[in-house]
Write a protein that binds this ligand. Structure first.
Ligand SMILES: [Zn+2]
Length: 92
């Protein structure tokens, strides 16, 4: 059973200990506490989500809006009667 000094108080604790018996710090043998790790994970996941949502928003802005505009224009063109070309070699 390897022993490590507690991150907070230096008390030697087992590396698998969930809490320091001396001071009660969580994960005493690890370099950062569970709370810090959760906080870092929260920050990282937030940054990733912002990136994903930003990418999606950019995608919508760059692709979906022009596509929707094109579709609307196409539908409008179908609804309007086609322009008649003036006959060049008419009967007149
Ligand atoms: Zn401790």
């Amino acid at each position: 059973m390897p022993l490590m000094p507690c991150r907070a108080c230096g008390h030697r604790v087992d590396t698998s200990a969930l809490a320091c018996p001396g001071c009660g710090a969580t994960d005493p043998a690890k370099k950062i506490s569970r709370q810090q790790r959760d906080f870092y994970l929260f920050i990282v996941s937030t940054v990733i989500w912002i990136g994903v949502l930003g990418g999606l928003a950019l995608c919508v802005w760059k692709i979906a809006i022009p596509w929707a505009r094109q579709t609307i224009n196409k539908q409008a063109a179908v609804e309007l009667p086609p322009l008649r070309e003036s006959p060049r070699n008419g009967d007149e």
